[in-house]
Design a protein around this ligand. Structure first.
Ligand code: NAP
Length: 242
């Protein structure tokens, strides 16, 4: 059956792959973007040509007022929200001692507080319907910690904590909450990593390669379909952390 899905940060990278995979399944997609308007419009145009349903909506999900507008748009368009995918995120590499208060706030607000805002705005609708599925895109660094990315690691660890605690709280309302924790995936987020640093990383990954955005999108599809999984942090990392 067609479901209504909000995907934050759906204009590029992992979010774009999730949008395309779920649109192919026939779901109604609300693609949220922040700065990449042209990319969002292009995805929408292509999907419309293929007979798929993708609406686009600009919002900086670190800001509560903009999240409210995004969720109101989705509800006014489709009445119910079945699936929320908190994917929007940014990273930054800095020595811990160089992280400014502003850096800290930006990374925490974009990667973690955004999910707090989205979940709080969407949950009344899901609780009313007694069904829902929330998927948070966290990171391997939320589990293992990354040197020179302390603020990002804290945000992703917080997201995993939100996943586990909220899964317990809303499970009785038939709402599932899970995280997907990718390892290293080929997207713009990693475009500044040098070839030799990438090769060093690959040498630590048992499957011997960087992952694709499609491989994360497939994990999302599986989590949507399997209705007995909740509160889990699903690693999709080629065995980088076992
Ligand atoms: P990406 O290619 O840089 O794309 C990031 C997406 O997030 C873009 O669509 C961007 O939208 C959106 N975004 C950023 N800030 C936003 C905001 N304030 N409000 C709304 N949207 C915002 O990154 P990616 O690799 O696909 O990352 C997607 C998620 O996977 C992130 O949460 C990231 O932490 C996580 N992750 C990635 C990797 C990896 O290796 N790539 C590994 C582990 C976890 P605009 O362009 O429209 O601004």
């Amino acid at each position: 059956m067609n479901k209504t899905v909000i995907i934050t940060g759906g204009s590029r990278g992992i979010g774009e792959a999730i949008v395309k995979e779920l649109a192919k399944e026939g779901h109604n997609i609300i693609l949220n973007y922040n700065k990449s308007e042209q990319k969002a419009k292009k995805i929408q145009e292509e999907s419309t040509k293929n007979g798929q349903h993708v609406e686009i909506f600009q919002a900086d999900v670190s800001k509560r007022e903009e999240v409210k507008k995004l969720v109101n748009f989705a509800i006014s368009k489709y009445k119910n929200i079945d699936i929320l995918i908190n994917n929007a995120g940014i990273s930054q590499t800095k020595l811990f001692t160089d992280i400014t208060q502003e850096d800290w706030n930006t990374i925490i607000n974009t990667n973690l507080t955004s999910a707090f805002h989205m979940c709080q705005e969407v949950l009344p609708n899901m609780i009313h319907n007694k069904k829902g599925c929330i998927i948070n895109i966290s990171s391997i660094w939320g589990t293992t910690g990354a040197s020179c990315e302390v603020h990002y690691s804290v945000a992703k660890a917080g997201l995993d904590g939100l996943t586990k605690a909220l899964a317990k709280e809303v499970g009785p309302s038939n709402i599932r909450v899970n995280s997907i924790a990718p390892g290293i995936i080929e997207t713009d987020m990693n475009k500044n990593i040098s070839r030799s640093d990438k090769n060093d990383i690959i040498s630590e990954i048992p499957l011997g390669r960087i992952g694709s955005t499609l491989e994360i999108a497939k994990a999302v599809k599986w989590l949507i379909e399997d209705e007995y999984v909740t509160g889990q942090i699903i690693s999709v990392n080629g065995g980088w952390n076992i």
